[in-house]
Design a protein around this ligand. Structure first.
Ligand SMILES: NC(=O)C1=CN([C@@H]2O[C@H](COP(=O)(O)OP(=O)(O)OC[C@H]3O[C@@H](n4cnc5c(N)ncnc54)[C@H](O)[C@@H]3O)[C@@H](O)[C@H]2O)[C@@H](O)CC1
Ligand SMILES: Nc1ncnc2c1ncn2[C@@H]1O[C@H](COP(=O)(O)OP(=O)(O)OP(=O)(O)O)[C@@H](O)[C@H]1O
Ligand SMILES: [Mg+2]
Length: 328
């Protein structure tokens, strides 16, 4: 009997908390829907008057003897929206990547002494670069990639930097400091490494929004996408959260799908400009689009394949996931 009023108070308290939680959830669903609408605004219409290349010519810089899957995943994901997709890789990786797909244009140049020039001559024909998937950490390759980043910046080419490209940036943050056309896509470990290198101290794991915001600011407002259970995105001014439903399957290669699709979305977003993104940064909107797409692919693939889901299964879902999210 004595517990009666206390139980009532606990129930009332729980109702208040549940209501607050469901309001917060409703609010974040509304935010997500508003941002998805901005992504829809930047997608170029398909048209019979366009020529090959107009919807995007994307380059992936990565691929070495050990890693051939990552550059393939990134490049084929880019090609699901773009018209042409190039891979600039080490010579040992090229025949393997070519054999995975006749649809990719593969240049075995990354370990050549002229690597920077060999890539630079293609830059006038490319709209964006994705730098890092499967690059490895060989010093000579990293030096070449440093040169490629420098010439890309000089030509104002947008760059998505992922995987071992982030390793390079952690060694030399000045390489991309203040470059407003760069997007970094670190996973949990890559983010801590970058944060440590740039802010010279461990991140506050209880404040992921603040950590992403501070890293972006410290890099001169470069866009940062911290991948994880929820993806947190910032350009040092705004913070977006993507919690599109995925699954609990965490096979390797999902980040490559994200960076490749982001390559083409970045091009589309910059082409569309801030009037189509309602004043939000086009790069943030593009990044939100790539995060939502990757997570939706993961969700759909998991429905069909469960625990055996692989990144190839997710790539097979790109078309349907894109339609569901962006062509509704
Ligand atoms: N099939 C392929 O060729 C693939 C190649 N990959 C390449 O492999 C190279 C190394 O990439 P890694 O991502 O392994 O980078 P790192 O070598 O920096 O390793 C990161 C480590 O952190 C762990 N990790 C990841 N997320 C974590 C989290 N949330 N919490 C705790 N630990 C976490 C991973 O298991 C991994 O051991 C890159 O070049 C990458 O592109 C990957 O993209 C996966 C697919
Ligand atoms: N715990 C999680 N729950 C749901 N989705 C997640 C979780 N962790 C990562 N993701 C999603 O998986 C995708 C890839 O993120 P991940 O952290 O696996 O990247 P990665 O380690 O770079 O992948 P890769 O193996 O390609 O290198 C992102 O879209 C991210 O949103
Ligand atoms: Mg990765």
């Amino acid at each position: 009997m004595a517990l009666g009023p206390r139980c009532g108070a606990i129930r009332a308290c729980r109702r208040v908390l549940e209501r607050a939680f469901s309001l917060r959830k409703a609010h974040s669903i509304k935010d997500m829907e508003n941002t998805l609408q901005l992504v829809r605004n930047i997608i170029p219409p398909l048209s019979s008057t366009k020529h090959k290349g107009q919807d995007g010519r994307i380059g992936v810089v990565g691929g070495c003897q050990e890693y051939t899957g990552a550059p393939y995943f990134a490049a084929i994901s880019a090609l699901k929206g773009a018209d042409l997709s190039h891979v600039f890789c080490a010579s040992a990786a090229a025949p393997v990547i070519k054999a995975y797909s006749p649809e990719l244009i593969v240049h075995p140049v990354l370990d050549s002494p002229n690597a920077v020039h060999e890539v630079e001559k293609w830059l006038p024909r490319l709209h964006a670069l994705v730098v890092g998937p499967g690059l490895g950490r060989d010093d000579a390759l990293l030096r070449n990639v440093q040169g490629i980043l420098e010439v890309s910046k000089a030509r104002d080419i947008p760059v998505v930097i992922d995987a071992d490209g982030l390793w390079l940036v952690a060694q030399q943050p000045a390489l991309i400091h203040g470059y407003r056309k760069a997007v970094l896509t670190p996973n949990h470990v890559e983010f801590s490494r970058l944060y440590d290198a740039v802010l010279r101290g461990p991140m506050d794991s209880d404040d992921s929004h603040g950590s992403v915001l501070r890293l972006s600011q410290a890099l001169g407002n470069v866009t940062v996408v911290q991948k994880g259970e929820r993806d947190i995105l910032s350009n040092g001014q705004q913070v977006l959260v993507c919690s599109q439903e995925g699954s609990s399957r965490r096979c390797g290669g999902q980040g490559d799908l994200l960076s490749g699709s982001l390559g083409v979305l970045v091009h589309w977003a910059l082409l569309a400009g801030p009037q189509k993104t309602n004043g939000s940064s086009p790069l943030l909107v593009a990044a939100f689009g790539a995060c939502s797409l990757t997570r939706q692919c993961n969700h759909q693939a998991f429905q069909k394949h469960g625990r055996s889901t692989t990144t190839s299964d997710m790539i097979a879902e790109v078309g349907a996931a894109f339609s569901k999210l962006f062509e509704t």
